[in-house]
Write a protein that binds this ligand. Structure first.
Ligand code: UDP
Length: 253
């Protein structure tokens, strides 16, 4: 159930939706009989996908492609097809949780770090925090994200047995999208599945979300850099991305 008004940034399609519209589309997807893939690409993912045909095909196959990140908003202005708003993966997940709660639907949380001696798994902690925020939300199950390919069949079975309506996958990109694409047809109760990157860590409180100031000015990347300077190589992708969009637009490609 894809929409036809997608814009393309470096050849990668993006749905020009506001959060409200994205939620409307989510509601419709949840009524469809199959499991729909929802992706939330940021500039780093779009840049990677522009060089990786497999990742491009994976994103293109998604039912909903949310523009996550200020880089995509800038890029859309450069190419003259401005996105009206950035819809962050974390905020969209929150909107989904409210929606699932109000409809009595359940969510399965797959991914992030396993339990340690000091604490339960991140997925379990995230589930507890979600339940606190949305008491009527049904958490169908949780499972950490450190498993082998051979374990996938058993994981899919667990998800099916849990009867989950929605699947949240936190394995980092593109692992999470690949997991969903590979297993979508075997997921019998799940109607929608979304890769959520570090969102379970944010819910669990193991990673701090950027304070409002950074969010307001689209500076989450700066906050993340201050927290984890070792990610500087990944941060360098943002100016590279903008440069590539500028040169592509200049060359009329
Ligand atoms: N992760 C996982 N399994 C893996 C690799 C990563 O569960 O094999 C989890 C990791 O613990 C983190 C999440 O994936 O909670 C997102 O990782 P990262 O912040 O690198 O994602 P991105 O920035 O790509 O969204």
């Amino acid at each position: 159930m894809k929409e036809s008004n997608r814009i393309e940034i470096l050849g990668i399609p993006v749905d020009p939706v506001t959060q409200e519209e994205a939620l409307g589309r989510f509601r419709r997807l949840m009524e469809a009989p199959e499991c729909s893939l929802i992706v939330t690409p940021n500039s780093e993912i779009v840049l990677n996908a522009s060089k990786d045909p497999e990742l491009k095909a994976l994103i293109t196959s998604a039912s909903l492609i949310i523009p996550d990140g200020i880089g995509l908003v800038y890029a859309s202005r450069i190419i003259g097809k401005p996105l009206r708003e950035r819809v962050t993966g974390v905020d969209f997940l929150t909107a989904i949780l409210k929606e699932l709660e109000s409809r009595g639907r359940s969510i399965y949380l797959l991914g992030s770090k396993p339990a340690s001696e000091e604490r339960p798994s991140v997925a379990q902690l995230a589930g507890e925090a979600m339940k606190k925020a949305y008491p009527d939300l049904k958490i169908a199950g949780t499972r950490d994200g450190y498993f082998k390919r051979d374990d996938e069949e058993a994981i899919v079975r667990q998800i099916n047995e849990s009867g989950a309506d929605f699947l949240c996958v936190a394995l980092g990109s593109p692992k999470q999208e690949q997991f969903i694409a590979r297993n979508a047809s075997a997921l019998v109760t799940v109607r929608g599945a979304m890769g959520v990157g570090g969102s379970l860590d944010v819910w669990a409180g193991t990673v701090r979300r950027a304070p409002e100031f950074y969010q307001k000015y689209g500076l989450e990347w700066l906050f993340r850099f201050i927290q984890e300077p070792s990610r500087y190589k990944r941060m360098a992708q943002l100016p590279l991305f903008i440069l590539k969009v500028l040169t592509t637009a200049r060359d009329g490609r």
